[in-house]
Design a protein around this ligand. Structure first.
Ligand code: HEC
Ligand code: HEC
Length: 314
C-alpha cells in the first residue's frame, strides 16, 4: 500500500472503503425507519397479485438480520482501524505481511537450529561424508535447486550439470559456498557489431575443433585468428576457460548450451547472460552449508591440494 507514487490513490481507496461501509449503515438504518412505520400499520402490500390470490407482501427485515449486518459493519471498521486497508494508512497494529514473514522465518530458523547444531564443527568435507547431513542436503536440493538443476542435478540447457566434471566456477567447497550464497552471473558480450556472420561461422568451426568435433579445417584456421582477438580474454588461449569470470572450458565434451554451429554462432553474435540466484536471503547459512556439502559430494573438485591449485591457476 505504500508503493503509490502519488498520495491521491491512498485517499481514493480509503474513501471507497469507508464510503462503502457508511453507505451500508445508512441503507440499513433508512430501511429500519421505514419498516417501523409499516409495522404499526398492517404489513403493506406491493399490490402485485398472481394466480388470482397470490399477493406479494412487503414484510419487514428480521431484526436479528439487521443487527448482524450492523455488527459486521462495526467489525469492518474495527478491522480497517487495526490493519492496513485504508489506502496508505498502516493500521494501529503496524501489521505487515513482510514483518509476519520475517517473524515466522526467525521462528522457523530457531526451531530447526538444534537439528543443525550438531554439524556446527564439521567442515564441508566432513559434512559430505556424514550420511545424515547428506540426507538433509538432498532434501534441500530437491526443494530449492531441482527446478533449475534437475532432481538428478544433471541440469539442462543453460543450467549446469553439477554431477559431471569441468565446472564453470570453482567447485571446491569454498567455491560452491560462494556460488550458492552470493549467486553467479555469467555474461558474455555479443559480437554482432564487430564480427560478421561468416566470421562467426569460422570461429564456431574453430571452437568445435577444440573439442575434436567434426569441423571444416580451413574455416577453423580462419576462425582461430578472430578467436585469438576476441575470445582469449575470457576463454583463454587454449580454450580452457576461466573460472573467475565463469567462461566455460570449450575444449571438452561438456556443453552448457549446445555444440552445434548454429548455437555457437548465436552465442557469439548475441552474447549470453546467465544467472544463478543468490540464496543468502532465502536459505540459512546452515542450509547453505548442507547444500554445498551435498553438491561437492557429487563431484569432488579440490579434494586434493594439487587439484585445488589446478583450478585456481586456470
Ligand atoms: C533459477 C534457476 C536456478 C536455481 C533455483 C538454482 N540454480 Fe544454480 N545455477 C543456475 C544457473 C543458470 C547457473 C549458471 C550460472 C552462470 O553460468 O553464471 C547455476 C550455477 C550453479 C553452480 C555452479 C556450476 C558450475 O558449473 O560451476 C552451482 C554449484 C549451483 N548452481 C548450485 C545450486 C544450488 C545448490 C542451488 C539450490 C540452492 C541452485 N544452484 C539453485 C540456476 C539456478
Ligand atoms: C567477457 C568474457 C567473454 C568473452 C570475451 C567471450 N566469452 Fe564466451 N562465454 C563467456 C561466459 C561468461 C560464458 C558462459 C555464459 C553462461 O553461463 O551462459 C560464455 C559461454 C560461451 C559458450 C557456450 C559454452 C557452452 O558450454 O555451451 C561459447 C561456445 C562461447 N562462450 C564462445 C565464445 C567465443 C567464440 C568468443 C569470442 C568470439 C567468446 N566466447 C568470447 C565469456 C566470454
Amino acid at each position: 500500500m505504500n508503493d503509490f507514487t502519488s498520495g491521491f490513490w491512498g485517499y481514493y481507496i480509503a474513501a471507497i472503503a469507508l464510503g462503502g461501509v457508511i453507505w451500508c449503515v445508512w441503507l440499513l438504518l433508512s430501511q429500519r425507519k421505514w419498516l417501523e412505520i409499516t409495522k404499526e400499520q398492517e404489513v403493506s402490500d406491493t399490490g402485485h397479485v398472481w394466480d388470482g390470490d397470490l399477493r406479494e407482501l412487503n414484510n419487514p427485515m428480521p431484526r436479528w438480520w439487521i443487527v448482524m449486518y450492523l455488527l459486521l459493519c462495526a467489525f469492518g471498521l474495527g478491522y480497517l482501524y487495526l490493519y492496513p486497508g485504508l489506502g496508505s494508512y498502516g493500521g494501529a497494529l503496524n501489521y505487515t505481511t513482510e514483518l509476519e514473514l520475517e517473524e515466522r522465518s526467525l521462528a522457523y530458523a530457531e526451531s530447526v537450529r538444534p537439528t543443525y547444531a550438531k554439524f556446527d564443527n564439521l567442515s564441508i568435507e566432513e559434512l559430505a561424508k556424514n550420511p545424515e547431513a547428506e540426507k538433509i542436503g538432498q532434501r534441500l536440493f530437491l526443494n530449492y535447486c531441482a527446478q533449475c538443476h534437475g532432481s538428478d542435478a544433471r541440469g539442462g540447457y543453460s543450467f549446469p550439470n553439477l554431477e559431471q566434471g569441468d565446472p564453470i566456477y570453482p567447485r571446491t567447497p569454498e567455491g560452491i559456498l560462494a556460488t550458492i550464497t552470493h549467486g553467479r552471473n555469467g555474461v558474455m558480450p555479443g559480437f554482432a557489431g564487430q564480427i560478421t556472420e561468416a566470421e562467426a561461422v569460422d570461429i564456431a568451426q574453430y571452437v568445435r575443433s577444440l573439442s575434436n568435433l567434426a569441423h571444416n579445417q580451413l574455416a577453423a584456421v580462419r576462425g582461430k585468428k578472430n578467436y585469438d582477438v576476441h575470445c582469449v580474454a575470457c576463454h583463454g588461449i587454449d580454450g580452457k576457460g576461466n573460472k573467475l569470470v565463469g567462461a566455460p572450458n570449450l575444449t571438452d565434451a561438456v556443453w552448457l548450451y549446445s555444440s552445434s554451429e548454429k548455437q555457437i554462432v548465436s552465442n557469439i553474435m548475441n552474447g549470453l547472460n546467465n544467472s544463478m540466484p543468490a540464496q543468502e536471503n532465502i536459505l540459512s547459512s546452515d542450509q547453505i552449508r548442507m547444500l554445498a556439502a551435498w553438491v561437492w559430494n557429487l563431484n569432488k573438485e579440490g579434494s586434493q591440494p594439487s587439484e585445488l591449485n589446478a583450478s585456481v591457476s586456470q
